[in-house]
Design a binder for this molecule. Sequence first.
Ligand SMILES: [Zn+2]
Ligand SMILES: [Zn+2]
Length: 304
Amino acid sequence: MSESFRLTILGCTAATPTSTSHTSSQWLQAGNNHFLLDCAEGTQMQIRKMKLPLMKINHIFISHLHGDHYLGLPGLIFSYHLLGRTKDLHVYSPKGLKEVIDIQHEIANVKTRFNIIFHEVNYGGQKLFENNSVEVEAIKMEHSIPCFGFLIKEKTKERNIIKACIDKYKIGIDKIADIKKGADFLCDDGTLIPNSEITKEPPKPRSYAFCSDTLYTESFINQVKNVDLLYHEATFLQDKANIAKEKTHATAMEAAKVAKKANAGQLLIGHYSARYDDINEFLNEAKSFFQNTILAKEGITIDI
Ligand SMILES: [Zn+2]
Ligand SMILES: [Zn+2]
């Protein structure tokens, strides 16, 4: 069975939270890695409400410094401080966030027992994080202030040895590591067993692209080509395409265009403007151009 690679929507409204909705924040679990993508107001309450493991977050990715994408971060950091966190916390964002958090801690005389390591995001394609199972890189958005999306990709896993073959061909334990990497096996009697006979293909690596606030652009399409799930903001409908452009946001139709050009497996849209009463209109508009579209809704979890 493959490891979990799943996304939970904590908030998906644009601009201001309401009594029933929260602004941008998502939780991505990739195996043992738990990533927070944006951290708007109320994010920690949403995490608690959805019973996600708050203390397992070690990496927080902030797309940009508009309030609806990061104002929950000072509160979350303060809670970690009160809860006695000692593990390092890595925060990735465009320039400026360190100054915001530092001055707040200075004024409040807060000295956290954990290190907050700020990583400045500067350009599209920048490798931000990597371990043996997953990597994260920045995607450059086109917005009114510096803004980045994040592409999270699983690494290709090793081949799986077919258990019955270990006994059948008397494969020694010292040979297993090489076979998992693709080596053939030479039996004692000199017979060469091709790797394909004793191993199975590993599961296909999965990927998720989080494309936060942006106007319609084709500039990052190559980077997100064939992504399994593409989140793209859709603040407006096509009837307000001019306003979208003026405010450096996109429409549902434009999100669908990006998904189609990128050959995404599925499109997830969100960041809806409060001007619209019925978010199903976003779904209908996007689906008319890219059928496999779903709406971001608070509390939903998508297995990628
Ligand atoms: Zn926004
Ligand atoms: Zn913004």
